[in-house]
Write a protein that binds this ligand. Sequence first.
Ligand code: HEC
Ligand code: HEC
Ligand code: HEC
Ligand code: HEC
Ligand code: HEC
Ligand code: HEC
Ligand code: HEC
Ligand code: HEC
Length: 411
Amino acid sequence: MPFRSVFVAVTISGALLLAALLINQARPGSEVRQPAPELVRATGRCAQCHREETAAVVHQFERSQHSRANVTCLDCHQPHEGQETYDHYNFRLALDVTSLNCRGCHRTEYEQFARSRHALPAWAAVSGTAGMSPEQLAFGERYHPGAVDRPANALASLEGAAATETGCLGCHRIGQPNRDGSIGSCTECHSRHSTSIALAREPQTCGQCHMGPDHAQVEIYTESKHGALFAAQRDSLDLNAEPKRLTTADMSVPTCATCHLSGLDGLKVTHDTTERLSYWLFAPVSEQRPGYARAQTEMQETCLRCHASTSVARFYEEAEAVLAATNERVREGQALMAALRADGLLTAEPFDEPIEFLYFDFWHYFGRTAKHGAFMGGADFVQWHGNYELLLKLTELEELAAGLRNARADR
Ligand code: HEC
Ligand code: HEC
Ligand code: HEC
Ligand code: HEC
Ligand code: HEC
Ligand code: HEC
Ligand code: HEC
Ligand code: HEC
C-alpha cells in the first residue's frame, strides 16, 4: 500500500474511533462493554460458539422473523435496568430474560398482555401475592380488583412447593411477577428463539395449558367442527399472515387465537385475551362480567366475519341456556354444602373431608366443562363429560350428605 493510502486509512480510522468513543459516552455501560451488533448476529460471536454448544437454539433463531429483521442474540440477552447480570466471555448478559427484554421493541403487545388475566391474576390464582412488588400489586388490582390481592390457593398450599412449582406454576407462571419489575412471560406462546406467530396460532400451543378435565378447551376445540376443519385444511391456511392484515382468506377456519386475539379482516388485534369474554365461565356459578355487552359484541364481530347473524344469535342463545341450567344445578350442590356447614357437619378447613373433593370435582370439572363445551361447540363435553356427570355427582353428594347426617343422629 503506498504511504499516502496508509496515511488516509489511519486518519479515517482514528476519526471513527474518536467518534465511536464520543457516541459511547452517552450510552449505558452494558452497551459500551458489548462488541458491536454485527458480531452477535447468528453468523457472529454468539453463534460461533453456540452452533457447537446449543445448536438448536441457533437453528430456531435463524428461521425466525427476528433473524430476518436483523435482531441479534444480544438484543434480547443484554441486561436492562433492574436486571441481574453475569459475565459471559466478552459479554454481560441478563441473568433472566423476561418480558422486559421484549417490551422495548413491542410495547403495545406488552401493555395489552400485562393487563390481561394471563398476567398477574394467573400467578395469584396459585401463589397469591408472593413475589409481587407493591407497584406490581397495585397495577394488577387496577385491572382485576380482588383477583390479584388474594391469599395463596388452599389446594396448592396443601400439595406443597414441589408439586406447585412444576405442576400449577408450569401453567400459571405465564403471569409471574418478574424481579425486574415487569410482568409475565411472552415465550409461553411464542417460544424463546423461533418467536413465531404461527406457533402462537396453533391450537396445541394454547392447549399446553388449556386442557384436562377442569378446562378442556383444546379437547373441545378438537371435537368441534372448527377443529375438524383445521385438521383437514391446515395446509390451505396461512398461519404466518401478518396480524394487522389477517383476512378470512388466510384463516377461513378459526383457531383459539382467531376468536380470542386476532384482528380478522380489519378488526382489532389484542393480547388481552380477557376483552372478548362476557361470563366468568371458570367460576362455580357463572355471572356476567362487568363489560358483558361490549365483550359479547367483540367476540361476535369475529364470528360474523364467517357466519350469518342468525346462526351466531342462535348459538349464543343455546350456550346461555346451558349456562343457566348449569348454574341451577351447581347452586343445588352449593346449597347442600352450605347446609352441612351451617349444621356443624363439616370442619372449617378446606379439602380435609371426602365430600369437599367430590363437590370440587362436581363444579370444577363437570360444571365448567358443560359451559365451555356449549360456548365452543363440543357436544360430547356438554353432555357426557358435563351434564351427565353433574347429575351423577349430585346424587353422590346427596348420599354422602345423608351419611353425615345419619352418623350424627346415631351418636
Ligand atoms: C466463547 C464461546 C461462547 C460465546 C462467544 C458465547 N457463548 Fe454462550 N455459552 C457458551 C457455553 C460453553 C455455554 C454453556 C453451555 C452448557 O452449559 O452446555 C454457554 C451458555 C449460554 C447461555 C446459558 C447460560 C445459563 O447458564 O443458563 C446463554 C443464555 C448464552 N450462552 C447466551 C450467549 C449469548 C447471547 C452470546 C452472545 C452475546 C453468547 N452466549 C456467546 C459459549 C459461548
Ligand atoms: C427474542 C429474544 C431472544 C433472542 C433473539 C435470542 N434469545 Fe436466547 N433466550 C431468550 C429467552 C427468553 C431465553 C430464556 C431465558 C431465561 O429463562 O431466563 C433464552 C435462553 C437462551 C439459552 C439457554 C437455553 C436453554 O434451554 O438452556 C441460550 C444458550 C441462548 N438463549 C442463546 C441464544 C443465542 C446464541 C441467540 C442468537 C443466535 C439467542 N439466544 C437469541 C430470548 C432470546
Ligand atoms: C431489538 C428489538 C426487538 C426485541 C428486543 C424483540 N423483538 Fe420481536 N420483533 C422485532 C422486529 C424488528 C420484528 C419484525 C417485525 C416485522 O417483521 O414487522 C419482531 C417480530 C416479532 C414477532 C412476530 C414474528 C413473526 O412470526 O412474524 C414476535 C412474536 C416477536 N417479535 C416477539 C418477541 C418476543 C417474545 C421478544 C422477547 C423475548 C421480542 N420479540 C424481542 C424486534 C424485537
Ligand atoms: C403457559 C400456559 C398458558 C398458555 C400457553 C395459554 N394460556 Fe390462556 N390461560 C392460562 C391460565 C393459567 C389462565 C387463567 C388465568 C386466571 O387466573 O384467570 C388462562 C386464561 C385464559 C383465558 C381467560 C381469560 C379470562 O379473562 O378469564 C383465555 C380466553 C385464554 N387463556 C386464552 C388463551 C389462548 C387463546 C392461548 C393461545 C394463543 C392461551 N390462552 C395460551 C394459561 C395459558
Ligand atoms: C395444565 C395447566 C394448568 C395447571 C397444571 C393448573 N392450572 Fe389453574 N388454570 C389453568 C387454566 C388454563 C385456567 C383458566 C381456565 C378457564 O378460564 O377456563 C386455570 C384457572 C385456574 C383458576 C381459576 C381462575 C382464577 O384466577 O381464580 C384457579 C384458582 C387455578 N387455576 C388454580 C390452580 C392451582 C392451585 C393449580 C395447582 C394445584 C392449578 N391451577 C394447576 C391451567 C392450569
Ligand atoms: C397467550 C399467548 C400469547 C402470549 C402470552 C403472547 N403472545 Fe404475542 N401473539 C400471540 C398470537 C396468537 C399472535 C398472533 C395474533 C393474530 O392472530 O393476529 C401474537 C402476535 C404477536 C406479535 C406480532 C404482532 C404484529 O402485529 O405483527 C408480537 C410482536 C408479539 N405477539 C409479541 C408478544 C410479546 C412481546 C408478548 C409478551 C408481552 C407476547 N406476544 C405474549 C399470542 C401470544
Ligand atoms: C369459534 C371461536 C372460538 C374458538 C375457536 C375458541 N374459543 Fe374459547 N371461547 C369462545 C367463546 C364464545 C367463549 C365464551 C365467551 C364469553 O364468556 O362470552 C370462549 C371461552 C373460552 C374460555 C373461558 C374463559 C372463562 O371465562 O372461563 C377460555 C379459557 C377459552 N375460551 C380458551 C380457548 C382455547 C384455549 C381455545 C383453543 C383450544 C379456544 N378457546 C377456542 C370462542 C372460541
Ligand atoms: C374464520 C372463520 C370462522 C370464524 C371466525 C368462526 N367460524 Fe364457525 N365455522 C367456520 C366454518 C368454515 C365452519 C364450517 C361451515 C360449513 O360447514 O360450511 C364453521 C362451523 C361452525 C359451526 C357448526 C355448524 C354446523 O352446523 O356444522 C358452529 C356452531 C359455528 N361455526 C359457530 C361459530 C361461532 C359461535 C363463532 C364465533 C364465536 C364462530 N363460529 C367463528 C368458520 C368460522
